[in-house]
Design a protein around this ligand. Structure first.
Ligand SMILES: Cc1ncc(COP(=O)(O)O)c(C=O)c1O
Length: 422
């Protein structure tokens, strides 16, 4: 029977639960580091390759620190993410600020930190100038529209709100050249959870061709290209990990044929993957609270969609292991639910699983990216703790669980309570 890997046994998890009640997230430091090394290795031909980890995928300072130690920068989309990266020690141009519909104070913060600013729209040039000033490095996000197919999470590029059109890119670089910008970058992020390695090679080729065209016409020199994030992961048992070596080699070939052939080297290759680094290396651990048998058979967990909303949001598949029952036949069909007053609060629908008992511990796989990060407080649900399984096998709590006091922290009860006591 094919299984998904787990870096811990049921016995170890029971020990952890004595100190950290479920639900909680747990991340595997060793595998996060290994995955980062594999990505860096695939691009080692480009001496200044850097993946700017997409902070939105797993916004935890401890995880960022680990990735930074593996040579990664931070791709930030908001002021709090910028501040987190800075506080972890990721400084200056090791931060890329890729936002859209951006408020002025966020541009100010990005400029203050010396982050590379990746503009989403040509109208943001005067906006940036007015509120934060023009930096000496600038990057533009390209949206190829109908020239490229999209994929299911981001959608068709021509319907996506992000980025400049091709025509706007030429205009934008021209404007920025006149304003004295010295270093230029080009970026695209048009796929998410993409498992076809050729897609990334094609994106690189598209951007390299554009760089050749723009360099010649606008007469500027590109310092870097950012191929975006979006490398997918195998959520399902029959899916394979993306072949990183294929991507690295394919991009290298395109680089030689297009960038080197036009004498535009050196060009730094950047990416901003999130999911592929932490996704497969994080689990949501939960306990079965109730079983219910009506028109269907339900298993109710102590986690809910407020802890992991991907299944409800995208119908995403997350594999489920019932700890200690890994080798039992999956003969029972269940909906695995949370406790929100929403009928789409389900981690799995009609999932074949071993017979489940109240008190069983459940591991929801591939939850380490866009998992905790998308959490919310609907129905007064509190966010869980995050734990790190360290390389030496010990457990560190890297974020405590929210408390009721946290939930009330932004409310002021003082006046109401005074009135009440009269
Ligand atoms: C601009 C941008 N960069 C990078 C990412 C990271 O994508 P992934 O986690 O799929 O690699 C995202 C994800 O939404 C994004 O919007």
């Amino acid at each position: 029977m094919i299984q998904k890997k787990l870096p811990f046994t049921k016995g170890q998890v029971k020990e952890i639960i004595k100190f950290h009640p479920t639900p909680f997230y747990i991340y595997d430091e060793k595998e996060i580091r290994e995955t980062a090394k594999r990505l860096n290795m695939a691009f080692s031909w480009n001496s200044q390759f850097k993946n700017y980890f997409a902070v939105k995928a797993c916004p935890n300072n401890h995880i960022l620190k680990i990735l930074h130690e593996e040579g990664m920068g931070a791709d930030c989309s908001s002021q709090p993410e910028l501040i987190m990266a800075d506080r972890v020690g990721i400084k200056g141009d090791q931060i890329m600020f890729t936002s859209n519909n951006t408020p002025a104070h966020e541009y100010k913060k990005a400029r203050e930190l010396g982050a590379i600013i990746n503009l989403d729209d040509i109208s943001h040039i005067p906006f940036l100038e007015k509120h934060a000033g023009i930096p000496d490095t600038i990057c533009f996000r390209y949206n190829p529209g109908k020239l490229r197919g999209g994929n299911s999470i981001i959608g068709k590029p021509e319907e996506a709100k992000y980025g400049f059109t091709k025509k706007q890119l030429f205009e934008g670089y021209e404007i920025m050249k006149k304003k004295g910008v010295a270093k230029f970058g080009l970026h695209a992020m048009i796929a998410s959870n993409e498992r076809n390695p050729q897609y990334f090679v094609d994106t690189a080729q598209m951007l390299f061709d554009l760089i050749v065209e723009i360099s010649k016409k606008v007469k500027i020199r590109f310092h870097f290209v950012n191929l975006g994030g979006g490398i997918g992961i195998p959520y399902k048992l029959d899916q394979k990990p993306v072949d990183l070596e294929y991507i690295g080699k394919g991009v290298h070939k395109a680089y030689i044929q297009t960038i080197v052939a036009n004498d535009l080297q050196p060009l730094k290759i950047f990416m901003e993957n999130g999911r592929m680094l932490t996704g497969p290396n994080g689990w949501l651990i939960s306990t079965v609270l109730h079983k219910k048998s009506t028109h269907k058979k339900y298993v109710g967990l102590d986690a809910c969609m407020a802890n992991l909303m991907r299944p409800a949001l995208y119908g995403a598949y997350h594999h489920i292991t019932i700890l200690g029952k890994e080798n039992l036949p999956r003969r029972y069909k269940y909906d695995v639910t949370g406790s929100l007053c929403e009928n789409n609060d389900k981690f799995a629908i009609d999932r074949m699983l071993p017979k489940i008992d109240i008190g069983d511990i459940v591991a929801i796989h591939d939850a380490g990216a866009h998992g905790y990060a998308m959490g919310f407080n609907y129905n007064g649900k509190l966010k869980s703790a995050e734990l790190l399984l360290k390389e030496d096998g010990t457990i560190e709590q890297i974020r405590r669980a929210e408390t009721v006091e946290d939930y009330f922290a932004t409310l002021d009860f003082s006046k109401l309570e005074q009135d009440h006591s009269r």
